[in-house]
Design a protein around this ligand. Structure first.
Ligand code: ACO
Length: 402
């Protein structure tokens, strides 16, 4: 039991907000979210419009620089990304040091930190000007190469070096899936689906991983270590890791043959740790606009690719019964971005353990833009307070008396 009066006399007034549900940590002009009305805009542009009209590199430019690029700007930005796609040969050797079972998210985080060792000039990167532009393009490019190499290494396959003639998504798919005697052919449907996935994940204001990037960056840690920390935060199943957890859950439902109500009851049981993965959001209390877009696009992609996925049917039935359920209605629990995204990634052919890595590739523009904004605003170091509930004084007991 905490004596609030005594605490106040010692520490003054402290706002308690575990999980920071109602605490603003910064001013930002990057991404606007209106959770009550399911609105998401990057630099003011609705996500629905970007999803239809913009590619990932164009969206990344928008998030980083605050405006859509004109043709020349997009070309030089894309050229820079292309130029940085290869990774240093010595860095390539590091991949063989990981066991085959190493989780790709661990590899990604470690490798992003390592990249800076091979580019010491970027450790002290300014937040404006050509040096910043170069570093941002370098990160957007290298995250994609590292992700693909991590997959090839785990699959026991030789690395495919980047092909400068391919698009951002095309190059990634080539590095993932080409074989020495069989160049992967990127179909327009798959290229479009991957672009859409990345655009929808490009930023989402002060989510767990972006806040982590900001907290780490606030100590003036470099951009590489800050985004590497972001990868670690994203990994958890309550955040980016949910996209893989959704597919595992849908698969388990399919294999078990149990009725969906069994899983619904478990999700509602407070003595059971089970949650419906892909449901709920801290900010969206009506619907997540990304999930609406994904649900529609998953249908289009599966139809175009002539794929009939049982997991999509289960997902839609699950969504349907939660919409009639008081527990889910009263808590405003609706499908979030992770609910349908895994089905899209399955259709593209991405293996399950790479799903959260795909999220990280998509979120990179948001992480970099938030790190830059933190510096542009000269923010103070992040340093929350606590309410101490332990002994305030305790005698030291010698070893022989314990
Ligand atoms: N299944 C069952 N119950 C849930 C779920 C769920 N998926 N999500 C929340 N609840 C319940 C909680 O038990 C709580 O109930 P109570 O009021 O009876 O105690 C209530 O809804 C509020 O939940 P909180 O955990 O307090 O909500 P919070 O805002 O802290 O967490 C989160 C949001 C982490 C997304 C949560 O809804 C969740 O765990 N969802 C499943 C994991 C998931 O899909 N994560 C991806 C989020 S999107 C993203 O990060 C990209």
């Amino acid at each position: 039991c905490i004596d609030i009066q005594e605490l106040r006399s010692k520490t003054g007034y402290i706002t308690m907000d575990p999980g920071f549900g109602n605490t603003g940590s910064c001013y930002s002009s990057i991404t606007y979210v209106d959770g009550a009305n399911g609105v998401l805009r990057y630099r003011g542009i609705p996500i629905e419009e970007l999803a239809l009209k913009a590619g990932f590199t164009e969206t990344a430019y928008l998030i980083l620089y605050g405006k859509l690029p004109n043709e020349n700007e997009l070309k030089s930005f894309s050229d820079r990304i292309r130029e940085h796609a290869p990774i240093h040969t010595n860095l390539e050797h590091h991949f063989s040091g990981f066991p085959k079972s190493a989780p790709p998210m661990a590899i990604l985080s470690a490798m992003l930190n390592l990249v800076s060792c091979f580019h010491p000039e970027v450790l002290d990167v300014p937040t404006t000007g050509d040096e910043f532009d170069r570093t941002a393009a370098l990160l957007l490019s290298k995250v994609r190469t590292i992700a693909a190499f991590a997959y090839r290494m785990a699959a026991g396959k030789p690395i495919n070096h980047p092909n400068p003639n391919l698009s951002y998504c095309g190059n990634f798919l080539h590095m993932m899936f080409s074989d020495p005697y069989n160049e992967y052919e990127v179909s327009p449907e798959i290229d479009k689906a991957l672009n859409l996935f990345l655009v929808l994940h490009a930023d989402h204001e002060q989510n767990c991983s972006t806040s982590t990037v900001r907290v780490v960056g606030s100590s003036r840690a470099n951009l590489f270590s800050s985004v590497a920390a972001g990868v670690c935060a994203l990994w958890g199943p309550l955040h980016g890791g949910a996209n893989a957890a959704v597919i595992s859950m849908l698969d388990a439902i399919k294999q078990s043959g149990r009725p969906l109500t069994y899983y619904l009851d478990r999700a509602k049981d407070k003595d059971d740790d089970f949650r419906l993965m892909g449901f709920g959001h801290r900010v969206y209390k009506n619907f997540d606009p990304r999930s609406i877009i994904l649900k529609k696009q998953v249908h289009n992609v599966l139809t175009a690719l002539k794929i009939d996925d049982d997991l999509l049917k289960i997902a839609m039935e699950l969504e349907e019964i939660t919409l009639q359920d008081d527990y889910f209605i009263s808590r405003h629990l609706y499908p979030n971005v992770d609910f349908y995204s895994g089905i899209l990634l399955r259709a593209i052919g991405i293996p399950l353990d790479m799903y959260t890595v795909m999220f990280a590739i998509g979120r990179m523009p948001g992480w970099i833009a938030n790190w830059k904004e933190l510096h542009d605003h000269h923010l103070r170091i992040s340093r929350p307070r606590q309410i101490y509930t332990g002994n305030t004084e305790h005698p030291f007991i010698p070893m022989n008396q314990r």
